[in-house]
Design a protein around this ligand. Structure first.
Ligand code: TXA
Ligand code: MG
Length: 347
């Protein structure tokens, strides 16, 4: 299959520019598109045969459910049994944006979307291209991240093309995404709201609106069984081996320097994911800074991008500095720990 690349300026486009992509979705094909978090791989979310193509293109296990993306807040009503007051308050506060909520599904939602579960994940993205595409398609768009299953999520058109060229009808290249990691997945189907996957919205922000919000034990502990099916699979994984270093910055720098000193690998085979505060303190390896420790939003934005850059260079190992868990730090550490397969060194 030839994959068409449609370049669009997210700040300056017309509905006309998205017409072809919307037709592909309507006719049952796959289109990758930018959202404010990461690129999504979209299909008509109400049609089984289209959704099947997503699983095939990604090589995704069929028990890993997809998120339905809607263009308007009230698009949620036909998709769920009931919208509780708490969901309405969260929607009012955080939609459009990087919050996915899970509720009991209606009969309209095909079981293939939910991996057989009775609940469905729904989000209203903020990105202008994503919203306009949903509107023009006239259906909710089912979209996982547009990477091959197990790889880091794509944050640019180039990343998507690397993974999906020849497998899907089109990629809308709308430039780099704004957040760089995925939405927060919040389960509202139980007694207490639970974060199943930390993401673009921190738990402190959710608690300000929803009060008592819990989080799944497996978010940072690979030995706990996750409640979200997708979280049990190896994910975000680079080709290279990856190790995360946790503790105070001084101690992290010392440990990484000890590690590289003892490593038999040549300089260009070692990647160090550092921060602005530490990047000049390493004696060996290719050092890339994710940004300042004072600015976790930038670190989040650069995380998957940098992992993919190290893979392009072809390093054998990526040594990554951990960060504190506040705000989006929980999501950053969750992705780093999954990418490393749980391999970490506590300083
Ligand atoms: O930011 C995002 O959320 C991106 C963009 C494209 O919107 N999408 C994304 O989708 O990250 P995906 O498929 O890569 O991740 C969806 C996560 C998976 O961990 C999946 O298991 C979980 O949401 N999920 C979906 N439906 C669920 C459900 N009914 N119950 C529990 N977890 C669910
Ligand atoms: Mg994903």
């Amino acid at each position: 299959m030839h994959t068409k690349i449609i370049k669009i300026d997210k700040n300056n486009f017309k509905a006309e520019d998205l017409k072809e992509a919307a037709s592909i979705i309507k006719e049952g094909g796959l289109v990758a598109f930018p959202t404010e978090t990461v690129y999504g791989l979209g299909a008509n979310g109400l049609e089984k045969s289209s959704i099947k193509k997503i699983y095939k293109a990604k090589g995704r296990p069929s028990d890993n459910p997809l998120i339905l993306h809607i263009g308007k807040k009230d698009g949620i009503y036909p998709l769920v049994k009931e919208v509780p007051d708490l969901a309405l308050e969260l929607i009012e506060e955080f939609w459009p944006g990087p919050l996915t909520i899970i509720l009991e599904k209606s009969d309209l939602v095909p079981g293939i979307i939910t991996g057989g579960l009775e609940t469905v994940a729904i989000r209203m993205p903020q990105h202008p291209i994503a919203r306009r595409l949903i509107e023009l398609s006239g259906v909710p768009i089912a979209a996982p991240s547009a990477n091959i299953s197990g790889k880091p999520s794509p944050t640019s058109g180039r990343d998507v093309i690397e993974d999906m060229d020849g497998k899907i009808a089109a990629v809308i290249d709308g430039g780099p995404t704004g957040i760089g990691l995925e939405s927060t997945v919040l389960d509202l189907s139980g007694e207490k709201p639970m974060v199943l996957r930390p993401g673009g919205i921190g738990i402190e922000e959710l608690r300000r609106v929803a009060g008592d919000v819990g989080q799944d034990d497996s978010i940072l502990d690979k030995d706990k069984l996750p409640k979200s099916p997708g979280q049990k699979y190896r994910h975000y994984a680079p080709e290279a081996e990856m190790v995360v270093f946790k503790g105070s910055l001084d101690c992290i720098i010392e440990s990484i320097n000890d590690y590289v000193k003892e490593s038999p690998l040549e300089d260009e085979k070692i990647g160090i994911m550092a921060t602005d505060e530490s990047k000049d303190h390493y004696s060996k390896g290719i050092v890339k800074s994710l940004g300042s420790r004072e600015d976790k939003r930038t670190i989040a934005l650069n995380l998957f991008k940098t992992i993919r850059e190290f893979d392009r260079i072809g390093v054998d190992v990526i040594l990554s500095e951990g960060v504190k868990l506040d705000d989006i730090g929980m999501a950053i550490m969750n992705r780093m720990m999954k990418a490393s397969g749980g391999k970490s060194i506590d300083c």
